[in-house]
Design a protein around this ligand. Sequence first.
Ligand code: CO
Length: 471
Amino acid sequence: MICSRFAAKGGHIVKQMHITETVLRDAQQSLIATRMPFEDFEAALDEMDKAGYHSIECWGGATFDSCLRYLNEDPWERLRKIKSHMKHTKLQMLLRGQNLLGYHHYSDDTVRRFVRKSVENGMDIIRIFDALNDLRNIEVAVDECMKAGGHAQGCICYTLSPIHNLEMFVSLGKQIEQMGCNSLCIKDMAGIMSPQECYDLVTALCEHIALPVYVHTHATTGLGYMTYLKAAEAGAAGIDCATSCFSGGTSQPATESLVYALTQMGYDCGVDTRTLSRVNDSFLPIKDKFAENGTFDPYVLSTKTDALLYQIPGGMLSNLVAQLKAQNAINRLDEVLAETPRVRADLGYPPLVTPLSQMVGVQATVNVLLGERYKNIGKEIKSYIRGEYGKAPGKIDPALAEKVLGGEAPMTGRFADTLAPEFDQAKAHLGSLARSEEDVLSYIAFPQQAEAYFQRRKETFTANYTFKEVG
Ligand code: CO
């Protein structure tokens, strides 16, 4: 077994297990729609740095958008502030390859600038995935991450379908290794990977590739804890967990519980359990606040075995609930949950991860609420069918393809190759509103939210800034 981590300690062989703490990104994204402001968790950062985590996932995913849209925060400044507290612990982020943190593809120039700036502002490990496992869409980000001195972690999005199997996943793993990635992550965004499937997959990957294998799952279906134990047995290098008060349900399994169990099984997780407890104490009042103001809905904490059938990821389920509540149609949830896998099959079984999870969820909702399937087809779904997101894993339903393409052939090349650099135009548009290259990148990623934020910032602060491009 190549990728299992063993180290000699006091004459004994100790198995090591890396722990990544997700409370600042995936856990809060899954439980409270990424609404945790920096000021809430700032006081916890020094303690977190002492805990001994392999890494803290704190950026990327929905955090960037949420900072600009809801929290009136500059996401880059948040990253720098978090970094300033981290003397010992690596920071980690999630990046959607050519989509960066948004919902469409960007030019290679933008992807390179964004990745380079992420590393320059303090990011250590960039976990990079493509929603369709079309690895052409992570190559540029991986390449730039390594050039900038970051650790590039290539992802396999785990999903079940008639076309996804062990051979396909091992083949993806080999491509990730050939690309030069520093490590590999099996990303089970829906919490549907069973303990045995995980054991088989980690074992197969360890047999065929030399990269350390990290496992990411959610507690949604109740399998997560068991899946992590089997990941450990199979030789995984690390797992993603959330401090206990932000764990469970659509979030990750609890850090403290996994560390307790794994330690008894002979693994050295490298963490200090008393510090873990103090970290959790710091997050308890934050969780209570979000429970009181209604942002935290206890519904997301219950175990949902339906997800094993419907494959609804953590974030997607809470989005669907919020969407239907807003339209006074929460009573249609069961129908939407049944329609979701049908839409997915029509689209050639894309894994349900952002942005595909949102696209499929919205299309399923529209299909149900309008009472007719594909009466309205979302703009993004049309782009997907045209091949603009990459290659669909399986075959797209011919009738649906015909309806969108009208007989034209879908794109076979990389969509990013058709895109011109966005930077200069964005910079010119923003003028004095932009104070840095980072600002321009925020604008390219989320134009309306970023510009609104820059306007508010301009009104709030009077200091005079000039544009400064850094390295
Ligand atoms: Co996740």
